[in-house]
Design a binder for this molecule. Structure first.
Ligand SMILES: CC(C)(COP(=O)(O)OP(=O)(O)OC[C@H]1O[C@@H](n2cnc3c(N)ncnc32)[C@H](O)[C@@H]1OP(=O)(O)O)[C@@H](O)C(=O)NCCC(=O)NCCS
Length: 185
């Protein structure tokens, strides 16, 4: 089972200390609240404001079941038992002999905490874990308009491989996404 034990991280600008760790069974409520916050604050993920609440089975899976596969990893950024950032990393198609070296991820940080180095720190922890687990390719999609996200991923060695035109229809506009990937050696 892949699990990140509690690690303290000092935010770059405010110098506030937060804890980064994998989700645990008691985190269901904060995960739900965080998903709603992300839906309010950004359209760069798949969370949207009128989205139904996650079921208790879905939340339990996020906290426990998901971590049973050794490649899969969750990360939450905690301060005073509240959640301010998260990352989920997982094998894209579980245990398929031809593509088990490929994993993907999704991440978000609460707006008040942007530019404090949390995105970078979570990517570093993810890449370290991926190398240990023998993942050779990490791939994801990022909205082309998400300049901060694109720049962050490029800084961590991701390359843009192509364009997914009209990949989402958000607030009345079609938006494109980049296919990004990083090869680990
Ligand atoms: C993309 C995201 C995860 C980055 O997280 P973060 O904690 O702000 O990341 P970092 O602080 O490590 O780095 C952000 C970089 O963007 C730059 N940046 C500049 N203006 C910024 C702004 N208004 N907001 C965010 N980043 C900004 C930062 O300066 C930093 O670059 P630097 O290290 O070269 O200075 C975060 O902005 C976010 O959650 N956005 C909404 C959801 C999202 O886009 N998720 C990814 C979907 S693919």
């Amino acid at each position: 089972m892949a699990k990140l034990l509690a690690e303290e991280f000092t935010l770059k600008k405010s110098h506030q200390k937060v804890v980064i760790r994998s989700f645990a069974p008691g985190d269901q409520e904060v995960i739900q609240q965080f998903a709603k916050r992300i839906a309010r604050e950004t359209t760069h993920t798949l969370k949207y404001e009128t989205m139904p609440d996650m079921t208790s089975d879905q939340l339990a899976f996020q906290c426990e079941g998901f971590l049973k596969h050794p490649v899969n990893l969750t990360m939450g950024v905690f301060f005073n038992d509240q959640l301010f950032g998260s990352l989920r990393f997982f094998q894209r198609i579980e245990n398929h002999p031809w593509v088990k070296h490929i994993a993907t991820f999704g991440m978000a940080v609460a707006k008040d905490y942007w530019t404090e180095g949390l995105g970078s720190k979570m990517l570093e922890l993810m890449i370290e874990h991926a190398k240990k687990e023998g993942v050779l390719r990490i791939e994801a999609e990022v909205r082309a308009v998400n300049e901060n996200g694109v720049r962050l991923y490029q800084r961590h060695g991701f390359k843009i491989e192509g364009l997914r035109e009209k990949a989402a229809f958000i607030d009345g506009n079609y938006v494109d996404e980049y296919y990004i990937a990083k090869i680990l050696s």
